[in-house]
Design a protein around this ligand. Sequence first.
Ligand code: BEZ
Length: 219
Amino acid sequence: MSLRINDIAPDFTAETSKGTISFHDWIGNGWGVLFSHPKNFTPVCTTELGAMAGLQDAFAARGVKVIGISVDPVESHERWKNDIRTATGFEVDYPLIGDKDLAVAKLYDMLPAGAGESSEGRTPADNATVRSVFVVGPDKKIKLILTYPMTTGRNFDEILRAIDSIQLTAKHQVATPANWKQGEDVIITAAVSNEDAIARFGSFDTVLPYLRKTKQPTA
Ligand code: BEZ
């Protein structure tokens, strides 16, 4: 069965460009983003890993560690970093898992539908992970899952935006509306009564009986 939001993110130990990492221990008390790319030395992937490198400080500022994965060996990741720097200007300093035996790819259901479940039954193309993203919280539960096709590079600002929303919800019992960005009004969840809402947020607007908005809490 595939992984779902609120499942415990499967733990694993893997070889990475920063040495051996045990996933849950590596996340520690913070947050983690595990993201896969299909293949080293390919065009879209090169732009994606550079984009993530450019945002690594923004993820760190939110208490989020980033780790990439593909089925390429760690030595290949090391060689590819030069190309990523040349193409994007960014140095990849987050760990990259070399998942040669597809162990993590299978654990996280990152392989496309194809020629069966065993690596023997798959062609090299089937063995490439799709573009998956898993956001994992300090409780080691999966908070967000994204899956993109091979030919569509991801929007890494959107991952940050979603993390901002998820972290706000974890702290303040608020949700965020469509296209919300940091600093914009938020939605008070149904779990909070009007009385509680006044106590917590000071004031709010009732747009509809089930849609109450308030300023983004800052503390
Ligand atoms: C790419 O990164 O450009 C790519 C990788 C695998 C399949 C298709 C495209």
